[in-house]
Unconditional design. Structure first.
Length: 168
């Protein structure tokens, strides 16, 4: 694991390489899939999250940002919401699923077992199925159905109204 020390002068020191590095170098470490941790050189406090946020901020300031202004606004609003933990878990699972799908796609494309169009179709179908399932589970949790309550069928009110004999 790369342990990177951040000094008060904002310089980053990679203890594995015994050299000063830049935030761009940290980005390369991340993209290479290597484990790392950033610690404050004076206090020893783990400040990895702050450096990651800095990297995201720099990436978002570039020519092709991922997040729209509306999306970022909604993210900020969730911080004051009671469902913050649920939202964080939802995002985490989606990112993991996306990464797994991307890796599978790259593996399949590397092996070229079938036609590229068939591979894309299979991945799309699996992704859609997993996404639908995840959304359903999220909605069950958000509406309280995850606690064992069963949702009434959509036409339950209509059926109950039709079966009741009228009193005249």
């Amino acid at each position: 694991m790369h342990v990177i020390k951040k000094y008060p002068n904002r310089r980053l020191y990679d203890t594995q390489k015994s050299a000063y590095i830049t935030v761009a170098d940290v980005l390369k470490i991340i993209r290479a899939g290597e484990d790392f941790q950033v610690v404050d050189a004076e206090s020893g406090e783990d400040i990895t999250r702050g450096v990651l946020v800095q990297i995201i901020t720099e990436q978002e300031g570039g020519a092709t940002p991922i997040f729209t202004t509306d999306m970022l606004t909604r993210f900020i609003r969730v911080y004051d919401d009671s469902s913050q933990a649920l939202f964080g878990e939802f995002l985490d699972k989606n990112m993991k699923m996306f990464s797994e799908q991307q890796k599978r796609f790259q593996d399949q494309m590397g092996n070229i077992i079938g036609s590229p169009l068939q591979i894309m179709q299979d991945l799309t179908e699996r992704n859609l199925s997993m996404w639908t399932d995840m959304q359903s589970k999220f909605m069950d949790i958000a509406t309280g159905r995850a606690t064992g309550e069963k949702a009434a069928p959509a036409d339950a009110d209509e059926t109950a109204t039709k079966k009741k004999p009228s009193k005249k």
